[in-house]
Design a protein around this ligand. Structure first.
Ligand code: NAG
Ligand code: NAG
Length: 150
């Protein structure tokens, strides 16, 4: 009986750790020019291995908040042909995004709520059970007896 809450507490801690890790998300820079668009992963590795880059990107100059580096300049270096064939007047529009979707957050929250609920239920059950059993003994059997007599 004392083991179940323990196991649940460990599970909860593991889930919290997982949720904290899910917060450490990869950010992306979406560069759009007219009909063309490309998505650049804003990690040091991806930025130093860009397939079409016109010049090497100095990953040591990236801002701590890497979205600040999702600029027209970065898009232009990473994908020099992005605006080729685009209508005149079309220009590069950078947009920073990250991978953790609302769906992921909902799943994590749902899990945490479920575990918290189980934990609460396990804690409460020990107190509820004797009461429920007493009530059942007092009224439950009488109710059934009544019912069967009908
Ligand atoms: C990132 O942004 C900073 C500040 O604007 C700039 O100095 C740096 O060169 C940028 N780095 C890259 C790789 O674009
Ligand atoms: C952008 O689109 C044009 C045609 O609309 C195409 O010729 C060009 O190669 C595209 N550039 C990229 C980077 O996809």
């Amino acid at each position: 009986m004392a083991r179940a809450p323990m196991a649940l507490a460990v599970l909860l801690a593991a889930l919290l750790a997982g949720a904290a890790q899910a917060k450490n998300v990869v950010k992306f820079c979406k560069c759009t020019c007219g009909q063309n668009s490309t998505i650049i992963e804003l990690t040091r590795f991806a930025l130093s291995h860009l397939p079409h880059a016109s010049e090497p990107i100095d990953v040591d100059t990236l801002m701590p908040n890497v979205c600040m580096n999702c600029t027209r300049l970065l898009c232009g270096v990473a994908e020099p042909q992005l605006c080729d064939g685009a209508a005149t007047g079309d220009e590069i529009v950078p947009l920073c995004s990250q991978r953790d979707s609302l769906q992921d957050e909902l799943i994590v929250c749902g899990f945490l709520l479920l575990v918290a609920g189980l934990l609460a239920w396990t804690a409460v059950r020990g107190h509820v059970k004797p009461v429920a059993e007493r009530l059942w003994a007092q009224y439950g059997y009488a109710g059934i007896a009544q019912h069967e007599a009908d």
